[in-house]
Design a protein around this ligand. Structure first.
Ligand code: ZN
Length: 671
């Protein structure tokens, strides 16, 4: 009977499936969608036109899909560029101009929309730069940003393994999977056999190794998903490799870093090659189109536009000219103080400027001039990076300052500052590693070449301050104040300088004003909290510590500190909460069960007090106190061995507990 019944059921479902697909106006089945983003991948380093490198997986997609040879990143940095692919907006629209900022919840991201339309959503990213905290995880059922052992990145092989595991765990129905590979990012260290094969050009070796993983991923995705599959592969930005003097990326807008690979393949995608300039921000619209949500601006459609891009880091970090790029047809123009223009068809290397007489299209010129320059400090969100996060970013070569620049007409053009890039990158790295003595000569060299560099002058002042070189620190602060009069950064760093040394009372009015005006400035909030403790004003210190903990996840040591502070003023509930949180973070390494036991006792949580006190080891320096409190708990709980516990407390007593035991009325009658 059973096989027959099964056969009948199968028929029913088959018939239903058949009749549904036969209905003429039924919606087409939605494909599962794979988005792969390739970090730091130059357009000329991957694909059928690439020289000196084999990328068969990308080439296979290009052969059966649609490839764009003039695709452009919206910014030469990871987070702003990915922000554009996820929102469909240029950085001026979504507000993230640099790494280490946060994408505002105001902007709907593509995963949210696909989820609303019934997609399972998952992401696997390979760099701390795209960690959940930076705002791209919204809408994903699962967002895997776990990096091995606190590292800042993981390899494409590891990322592929994670993605395949996610696929294996997915149920039926369409899937949207985003996988981000980071390998071609510096330092270039490809795995074997690519290391040996590309000994002369390890950057290309990284691209080839990543392409191998791309092939594994695409195969697995197409085999695993139910129904059809669509695939989109896009670069987030390229890499300078010395073009126009730039080794890495982030500071300039030339083709090496702005032109990126872009290919898509799937049953609804017409194969071919397009040379029309397009922006990677349209990945957003294309994903919605492939899912059948809406078709506007999809890369499946035709239509030309002026493609825009920006590189604001040198402006936001050093006060140099803001940079905007526009491409239309074969023309490309860069606005940075003045306009540079190139004919990309005749001069793809951008070596011959067309000059001021160039007959640029009006639409290009207007788009360039209308692109908004960010208001310093407005859209970037609060600076709440922890030291650990800064170090992780620094290990990837990204260091975000907190200085807000001043827009100056005579500011240098970034391309004229190329000889300084390497020094600036090295100085940033040393500063974050707190190698202050080593960083000072580099900062002086930067200031000699770029006397208005606020970031460098503040770092110089901070370095001298940390080394206890008071006079030099104050001199550097004066210089910073002259560059940016009234800058909250200058006031903050000067206050932190005073707070560090014997002049700490001078920090008080400065910090009070800064915290009142900028309650999210974490370093100022923490410094004022420490000063309030020093002043013997614990209630205010507690309020400030809690303000700091709302801005970032506190460490166990910070929770213990708050717990002790709360205990000292009799705020038992807050103290218990703080110690309990520290314990949940630290597990067996938690060493404050005595405090917790005492607090539970005060709160008359006797069972909890007993458990906590029983965890205090005999090696604890205040073990006599643990024995005393445990005996009290024993009496109140009416334990049968209470007399023995009192005896043990007596036998193990020190000067403090001996007196407490003698005066404890609970123990009377248990001689
Ligand atoms: Zn990137």
């Amino acid at each position: 009977m059973r096989p027959l019944l099964a056969a009948v059921c199968a028929c029913l479902f088959a018939a239903e499936g058949c009749s549904r697909s036969a209905t003429p106006d039924a919606p087409p089945p939605r494909p599962s969608i794979l988005l792969v983003t390739l970090d730091t991948t130059r357009a000329d380093a991957i694909g059928p036109d690439a020289e000196g490198v084999e990328t068969p997986a990308f080439n296979a997609l290009a052969a059966r899909g649609r490839r764009f040879t003039q695709a452009y990143a919206t910014a030469p940095e990871t987070l702003p560029s990915h922000g554009s692919m996820m929102t469909g907006l240029y950085p001026a629209g979504h507000g993230v101009h640099e790494n280490a900022r946060h994408l505002s919840e105001r902007h709907e991201v593509v995963a949210e929309r696909l989820k609303q339309h019934g997609y399972q959503t998952a992401a696997v990213v390979s760099s701390f730069v795209l960690a959940r905290r930076f705002g791209l995880a919204r809408g994903f059922d699962r967002y895997d940003d776990e990096l091995p052992g606190g590292a800042a990145e993981r390899s494409a092989a590891e990322t592929t393994a994670r993605a395949l595991a996610m696929l294996a765990a997915s149920s039926g129905g369409p899937i949207f999977l985003w996988v981000h590979y980071f390998d071609p990012h510096a330092p270039y260290a490809p795995p074997e056999p690519f290391r040996a094969r590309y000994r002369e050009s390890p950057y290309l070796g990284e691209v080839a190794a990543m392409d191998y993983e791309l092939g594994r991923l695409v195969d697995a995705f197409e085999k695993r998903v139910h129904g059809s599959a669509a695939i989109v592969v896009a670069g987030d930005h390229g890499e300078g490799l010395g073009d126009h003097g730039e080794m890495l990326h982030g500071n300039l807008l030339y083709q090496a870093t702005m032109r990126v690979p872009l290919v898509m393949a799937g049953p609804s995608i017409e194969p071919g090659v397009s040379g029309t300039p397009v922006s990677v921000r349209r990945v957003y619209h294309t994903l919605l189109d492939l899912a059948g949500v809406e078709a506007a601006h999809s890369l499946r459609g035709s239509g030309t536009e002026v493609v825009l891009g920006e590189a604001m880091k040198p402006f936001l970090e050093y006060g140099w000219q803001p940079q905007v790029m526009a491409v239309e047809g074969t023309y490309k123009a860069i606005l940075a103080g003045r306009i540079e223009a190139y004919d990309l068809a005749a001069d793809p290397g951008e070596t011959r400027e067309l000059g001021s007489g160039a007959d640029l299209p009006r639409s290009l010129r207007r788009a360039l001039e209308d692109y908004p320059v960010p208001v310093p400090g407005a859209a970037s969100g609060p600076d709440t990076l922890t030291d650990e996060a800064r170090r992780q970013l620094a290990s990837l070569g990204y260091v975000s300052g907190t200085a807000t620049p001043v827009v100056r007409g005579d500011a240098p053009r970034p391309v004229d500052m190329v000889p300084l890039f390497e020094t600036i990158d090295r100085a940033s790295g040393l500063f974050v590693e707190e190698r202050y003595a080593d960083v000072i000569p580099l900062l002086r060299r930067i200031l000699a070449a770029d006397p208005h560099n606020l970031d460098a002058s503040l770092r110089l002042a901070t370095a001298h301050s940390a080394l206890g070189q008071d006079d030099r620190a104050i001199e550097a602060f004066r210089r910073a104040a002259a560059i940016a009069p009234g800058s909250p950064d200058v006031r903050t760093y000067l206050a932190l300088h005073y707070a560090r040394g014997p002049d700490w009372p001078r920090a008080v009015p400065l910090l009070e004003a800064i915290v009142a005006e900028f309650p999210a400035r974490l370093p100022a909030v923490e410094a004022l909290a420490a000063i309030r403790e020093r002043q013997g004003r614990p209630a205010e210190a507690i309020a400030l510590r809690r303000q700091a903990h709302a801005l970032k996840v506190p460490t166990a040591a910070e929770l213990v500190h708050l717990g002790r502070l709360a205990m000292s003023v009799g705020r038992t509930a807050l103290a218990i909460e703080s110690f309990e949180r520290a314990r949940s973070v630290q597990g067996t390494a938690f060493a404050h069960d005595l405090e917790l036991g005492v607090l539970y006792f005060d709160a008359r949580r006797l069972e909890d007090a007993r458990a906590a006190l029983d965890r205090v080891p005999a090696s604890h320096p205040e073990h006599p106190m643990a024995l005393f409190k445990r005996a009290q708990v024993s009496v109140l709980l009416g334990e049968p061995d209470r007399a023995a516990r009192i005896a043990r407390a007596r036998a193990g007593a020190d000067a403090t507990t001996r007196e407490l035991i003698a005066n404890e009325r609970l123990f009377q009658g248990h001689q």
